[in-house]
Design a protein around this ligand. Structure first.
Ligand code: SF4
Length: 263
């Protein structure tokens, strides 16, 4: 494996959601192509790949039309399948880890293993305020009183800022995860964040994901086999019973089902 570099989000360009992005500085100082050009590329990719193309063909399409510094991979550090398969065709790609300050120790350990073992550059994306600063400004345990605001402050806004320097991001969203994700496309234009969004594993099942991870001996969060098939922040992730909805442990006891990153 190639040497792994670690970077902090402070080095990335920033851009408000909805801004044109034309001429914006990219993650590696390169010029970001104008939004209309990227939108047209997304439309062409959606047409070319359809709804069921193989994950390797999806990533191959990205490698053909985008350069590595313009591409980001979002990873929650539950498993490392997405960073691995992307890095096979885009070596050295940036992997964005939302460092909310509320992760399980196992998740942080998985993040370090991904950085050590894969040909990627892990970028920690932190919120503007530390947890202590947020507690002082908003009151303690905002996640209990207003999880939507907590997710907005610690996940959605930091990710939007981090994505500003890129032309395209990969996510590991799968259609089998929740009814809200059943129609996830392989390639689409992400109007909220202003860049191309690619979901190469959209058609995969959880079983296929785990099988692939084991076959390729990839880093995996040990919590996956301890009753946590979907892993988020520690205060908002509960163990689920065998056979239960995998995402039922996220924000259990509330009507919240998504953090807002993919809605
Ligand atoms: S998952 Fe919970 S702790 Fe994490 S950002 Fe959202 S509300 Fe806050």
């Amino acid at each position: 494996m190639r040497e792994v570099k670690i970077a902090q989000v402070a080095g990335l360009g920033t851009r408000a959601a909805g801004a044109s992005g034309a001429g914006a500085s990219g993650a590696a100082g390169r010029e970001r192509r104008p939004v209309p050009e990227l939108q047209a590329l997304a439309a062409r990719g959606e047409t070319a790949l359809g709804f069921d193309a193989d994950y390797a063909d999806v990533i191959g399409w990205v490698a053909k039309h985008f350069e590595t510094p313009a591409v980001a991979v979002a990873c929650s550090m539950a498993d490392a399948v997405l960073p691995y398969v992307v890095s096979q065709q885009l070596p050295g790609v940036d992997v964005l880890f939302l460092e909310t300050g509320y992760h399980f120790d196992e998740t942080v350990a998985t993040r370090h293993r991904v950085a050590d073992l894969l040909d990627v550059r892990v970028v920690d994306v932190a919120a503007a305020r530390s947890v202590a600063e947020q507690d002082a400004a908003e009151g303690p345990e905002l996640f209990r009183r207003d999880p939507a605001r907590c997710c907005a402050l610690r996940k959605v806004e930091p990710l939007n800022a981090a994505l500003g320097g890129y032309e395209l991001w990969f996510t590991g969203v799968r259609r089998d995860e929740a009814p809200t994700r059943a129609n996830t496309p392989l390639v689409t234009w992400d109007a909220k964040n202003g860049l191309v969004k690619v979901n190469p594993l959209a058609a995969w099942s959880y079983e296929r994901l785990m099988e692939f991870s084991e076959q390729h001996v990839l880093p995996a969060n040990p919590l996956l086999t301890q009753g946590y098939p979907s892993i988020g922040c520690r205060p908002c992730t509960a163990r689920v019973a065998p056979g239960a909805d995998p995402r039922s442990g996220r924000w259990a006891g509330t009507d919240k089902t998504e953090c807002g990153l993919h809605t």
